[in-house]
Design a protein around this ligand. Structure first.
Ligand SMILES: Nc1ncnc2c1ncn2[C@@H]1O[C@H](COP(=O)(O)OP(=O)(O)O)[C@@H](O)[C@H]1O
Ligand SMILES: [Mg+2]
Length: 323
């Protein structure tokens, strides 16, 4: 059995000018211990996917489909029950991590609480002093200078990079079954990024956590994940083993992304050499979403949207990879 099954997931946002259709018929299976990199340009729907899984979409979102975790459909679950899963079942390090912290509690109390949640799940008991030490150790692991001082602060007294690391530490203390990390190192400098990514990988292996690692940076996804999902305009364009996707890109979009790869560069910003802009959700092209930027587009691509076809050992949304 899969650990998590996503079927026919569709997410719309209601906005004053109408409806923004953000995710389109998304299918994904997560097996225990998987590490999946979710790569896409800004606005492609990556955060929406993560928030759907963890049940934290904003109130103007409308969601359809099924997200089945351990045999239960999370989208049909009462909000109270979902609280029991959020945390040690599925935890998300949000792109804006400030939202994951309680503004009126000290960092130490919040992290100790997270740790207690894990202890109680595992039926273990621990002394307060032991909990404190374990939390402190994790803060050291995420390379926070002067962690003792950080423990005594409130969230608003920390910088963005410090908050990001506190929330990563929280995720790691919880040891969830599935960890979703949404651009978790974007506010950190390159050397710290690399150390934290290595730490997430190490703990993922040790505890057989499943990892969904969301990033706009293909080189980070390459370093972290065994499977790669390429998201564009709310659709999966390609999905397969990371090595395979990188070495034999099947979708023209992936091919374009890879033109600036591999360089091992963690430079932010202009990583892609693709011309044109990603689609706006208010004006999606007819046919294939990628047709305005595709060098191979032909008649059919402007009329009909391709399905996500099986191609070699991958899934690819492109007519060229299907008869
Ligand atoms: N709360 C919201 N209300 C309306 N539109 C939203 C909201 N959140 C995201 N969107 C829109 O949904 C699309 C996908 O957003 P998002 O999932 O944040 O993409 P990504 O994480 O890949 O940058 C974007 O067009 C964004 O503007
Ligand atoms: Mg995002």
């Amino acid at each position: 059995m899969q650990q998590l099954e996503i079927r026919d997931l569709v997410v719309h946002y209601k906005v004053p000018i109408g409806t923004i259709k953000t995710l389109f018929d998304l299918q994904l299976d997560i097996e225990k211990g998987d590490s999946i990199g979710i790569v896409g340009e800004s606005g492609s729907g990556k955060s929406t996917l993560g928030l759907s899984i963890v049940g934290l979409l904003p109130p103007n979102a409308r969601v359809k489909g099924h997200i089945v975790f351990e045999g239960k459909d999370l989208l049909k679950m009462q909000p109270g029950k979902m609280n029991g899963i959020r945390g040690t079942g599925i935890f998300m390090i949000m792109q804006d991590p400030f939202n994951s912290l309680n503004p009126v509690k000290k960092i130490k109390d919040q992290l100790i609480e997270a740790l207690q949640v894990r202890y109680s799940r595992n039926g273990e008991k621990a002394q307060k002093g032991k909990l404190y030490d374990e939390v402190l150790k994790r803060l050291r692991d995420v390379k926070l200078p002067d962690p003792e001082a950080i423990m005594d602060r409130y969230p608003h007294q920390l910088s963005g990079g410090q908050i990001q690391r506190v929330v990563i530490a929280m995720g790691l203390l919880l040891e969830p079954d599935i960890l979703i990390a949404d651009e978790p190192t974007s506010a950190l400098d390159v050397s710290v990024q690399a150390q934290i990514i290595a730490l997430i990988k190490e703990l993922q292996d040790r505890y057989r956590m499943s990892l969904l690692f969301i990033t706009h940076d293909l080189s980070i996804a390459y370093a972290v994940s065994e499977k790669l999902l390429i998201l564009y305009g709310g659709r999966i364009l390609e999905f397969g083993k990371t090595e395979d996707v990188i070495n034999n890109p099947a979708h023209p979009y992936t091919e374009g992304l890879l033109k600036s790869f591999p360089r091992g560069n963690y430079k932010d910003g202009k990583l892609y050499t693709l011309s044109g802009m990603p689609p706006l959700f208010t004006s999606m092209p007819d046919g294939c979403v990628f047709n305005p930027r595709c060098p191979y587009a032909f008649d059919r691509c402007y009329k009909e949207e391709p399905e996500l076809y099986n191609y070699m050992d991958k899934k690819v949304r492109c007519f060229l990879k299907h008869d």
